[in-house]
Write a protein that binds this ligand. Sequence first.
Ligand SMILES: Nc1ncnc2c1ncn2[C@@H]1O[C@H](COP(=O)(O)OP(=O)(O)OP(=O)(O)O)[C@@H](O)[C@H]1O
Ligand SMILES: [Mg+2]
Length: 468
Amino acid sequence: MTIRKTPTVLVVEDDIESRTAMRKILDGVGYKTMEADNGQEALDLLPTEEIDILVTDLRLPIMDGVELLKRSKAADQEIEVILITGHGTVEVAVEAIKEGAYDFITKPIKKAQLLHSVEKAAEKQYLQRENKELRSQLSQSGVRKLVYASQEMRNIARMVEQIAPSTATVLIMGESGTGKEVIADAIHVASPRRARPLIKVSCAALPETLLEAELFGYEKGAFTGANARKEGRFELANGGTLFLDEIGEISPAVQVKLLRVLQDGKFERLGGTRTIDADVRILGATNKDLHHEVAERQFREDLFYRLNVINIRIPPLRERKDDVQLLAMHFLKLYSEKNQKPIEGFSEDAMLALTSYDWPGNVRELENAIERAGVFTSGKLASLTVLPQSVSAFAEPRHSLTFKIGTPLRELERKAIEITLQHTRGDKNMAARLLGIATRTIYRHLEREGQENGAGDDDSESVAEMTK
Ligand SMILES: Nc1ncnc2c1ncn2[C@@H]1O[C@H](COP(=O)(O)OP(=O)(O)OP(=O)(O)O)[C@@H](O)[C@H]1O
Ligand SMILES: [Mg+2]
């Protein structure tokens, strides 16, 4: 929350008597005050003095109050301006409101009127600042934008919209880094619960008893160390959404309790007797194959069905390559803005590598690669050289295979493996991925080479040697 500091009020008035009187009134109720004799003097104070509210006479030497209003607003959007008008200038003051003045007071100044107006202006400013802070917190931590181009993700986005209004439990499945949490955020934000909290619990991060205490809360004395009553996440999420991340990790005991909340919407705090109603929408996420866990009796079948009312499976990034380019551009923009670098895009071969690579770490790996690329890029384009080697290896190989018709396939295979291994600087796993074959095929090939070479041929370009 914004700390509510005492507002600083700057009084601008060329008439000393009137100026001193206004200052006295404001000082008397605890505002910090400053004064200026004219508009220029006032503007000079703005950059250093953290002025919150400006009370200015309309008729001033050098520049009038309206001019000062415009210039001070240009210097500091948040400043609130109150105008003092003499006889016959009310029309000007009304005009000034349209220019962004907060209020105007007519002379002769009455104490109550001045205080009322300043107080209201301070209140408005406080609320605006608090709002702004909340919004920025939200965009930093909470809700991230869902970026996609693929048909797969478009279907998921449509599904999010359809299911958001209900309270049905949703189970989000997908490999690590595919965006499960992003989807959970999107569901909450699109739901009527958006104004209420979205509470997140990582079920894998806590040991069993702590997780229970976190979820359901406890009464004073429920266990050693429970010195005071604590509300659990279910209570904190009341009216909102509870996101249970890595739900495949919860122990049998917690599974039972969770099942009860899902069935009856009721639970008790640890050590408590009072039954509490839970008005909470539950979203779960897992990168485990829960069907398999159920078959293995690691996860309760009844709980699984309660959770899996709606199922969203996010495909790995390699199965929705159409998203890569857009996501890469999105992250590049994000991080170049953050680091204040004028990077505009990727070189052609860099983009080719990005879209050819198979991203085992999914969107998170892509995001990290782009963040890194942003750091090392000095020009307008991020090039192949700033990408991690694992990715840049997927750029278009410089070699081309030419062969005589009639060359045995096995020979072509050998050549392709050799060239690819050169390209990956001997990394056999990566070469295998580039070629779309198993790593053991490469080993078999190298063994065969070794045997052939071992039979007297002293070829210094032997692949087996080169890739040691
Ligand atoms: N469609 C998307 N649009 C924009 N950013 C995305 C998208 N998908 C994922 N991200 C970003 O990628 C990163 C990983 O996403 P997220 O944390 O949601 O993955 P996850 O599936 O929950 O991974 P894990 O299983 O490891 O917890 C986050 O920084 C997220 O903002
Ligand atoms: Mg996650």
